[in-house]
Design a protein around this ligand. Structure first.
Ligand code: APR
Length: 310
């Protein structure tokens, strides 16, 4: 795989392109934005960073989709971010139009790309890209779970005074306040976290994780970008290197977890063909109930999307 397009040269898109270039795993990253000079300027700046940071990945900015021709992977970050007081769902009317337009434009120049959606509300924007692209569902999925688990892992590392590198965690559900952290599947170098922290502390961290994005919106007046951009780049890496890493990603469920026709965060195996396996965990009744509630919330946003005149 040689070419990755990142659509949206704003905070998340530019960070994703930069992290990706630093990984030095693809020949070219094309950064596309409706504001062409923003994309051109940021890509040029990142290319001028290459001799300093030792990468060969060429970066090009553009507002012309012809420049994206033959992309193997496309990351969609175009759209508006949250402002304080907004939920991700409030972005739907603006971002649905943008995501559909971007997907159509991409497909005119790349035949069978893998599309990773980052724009919010994530679960429904991924569905929108899937429907518009008509690609196989193994090739259209969303980035949320890596970010949400990273937040969870960072908070746990802080509480335990240990390196976040040693924390493994899994989390299910929609990318919103109804996401489902799973302490039962959270370990510290193989040790269940439940043996190292008391229940009340874990619960508090899980609650902070659920509103982790909102905490940053409050602090900065807009939503986060360093961890989201890096999370999307990590998904690209697993695909490009065909690593078969296991990440929570937003994917189309067809019967798994008793759910159908919905994009939701679950553990998957990510390789050169995109989603190569969906892993079905044996959930306990309370975990399953939380997942169903999360799915119910996402379905409400899907209804809004279905009712929109696009
Ligand atoms: N085509 C291409 N780019 C577009 C389009 C479009 N139709 N519409 C908007 N954009 C670009 C904007 O010009 C802007 O540069 O998308 C970029 C978005 O960047 P930011 O405003 O900095 O937003 P960011 O923080 O990057 O978030 C983007 O990702 O995490 C989600 O909720 C977040 O939906 C939001 C998205």
């Amino acid at each position: 795989m040689r070419k990755v397009t990142v659509v949206g040269a704003g905070n998340v898109g530019a960070t994703c392109a930069s992290v990706l270039a630093h990984k030095d795993i693809v020949k070219e990253v094309v950064l596309v934005d409706i504001v062409g000079n923003l994309a051109r300027g940021k890509a040029l700046d990142m290319w001028q960073q290459a001799p300093i940071d030792n990468y060969s990945t060429f970066l090009q900015g553009s507002d012309n989709y012809e420049d994206t021709a033959g992309s193997d992977i496309v990351v969609i970050t175009a759209g508006v971010p949250r402002k304080p007081g907004m939920s991700r769902d409030d972005l739907i009317s603006t971002n649905a139009k943008i995501v559909n337009l971007v997907t159509e434009s991409i497909l005119k120049h790349s035949e069978n790309p893998i599309i990773i959606v980052v724009s919010n509300p994530l679960d429904v924007m991924t569905l929108a890209a899937y429907r518009t692209s008509k690609l196989d569902s193994s090739r259209v999925f969303g980035m949320a779970g890596i970010l949400d688990t990273a937040r969870y892992r960072a908070f746990l590392a802080e509480a335990l005074q240990i390196s976040p590198k040693d924390i493994q965690a899994m989390l299910l559900g929609g990318h919103g306040d109804t996401m489902v952290p799973l302490p039962r599947y959270t370990t510290v170098s193989g040790i269940p976290v439940t043996e190292l922290l008391d229940r009340a502390t874990i619960d508090k961290i899980a609650e902070r994780t659920k509103v982790g994005g909102g905490e940053l919106v409050q602090l900065m007046g807009t939503s986060a970008w360093y961890a989201p951009g890096a999370a999307a780049a990590q998904m690209v890496e697993s695909i490009v290197r065909d690593e078969h890493r296991i990440f929570p990603c937003c994917v189309l469920l067809n019967g798994q977890y008793g759910l159908n026709d919905i994009f939701l965060g679950v553990p998957v195996k990510l390789g050169k063909n995109g989603i190569e396996q969906i892993i079905e965990l044996k959930l306990q009744p309370d975990e399953m109930k939380m997942l169903q509630e999360s799915a119910g919330h996402v379905r409400q946003v899907i209804e809004v999307y279905n009712g929109m005149a696009l």
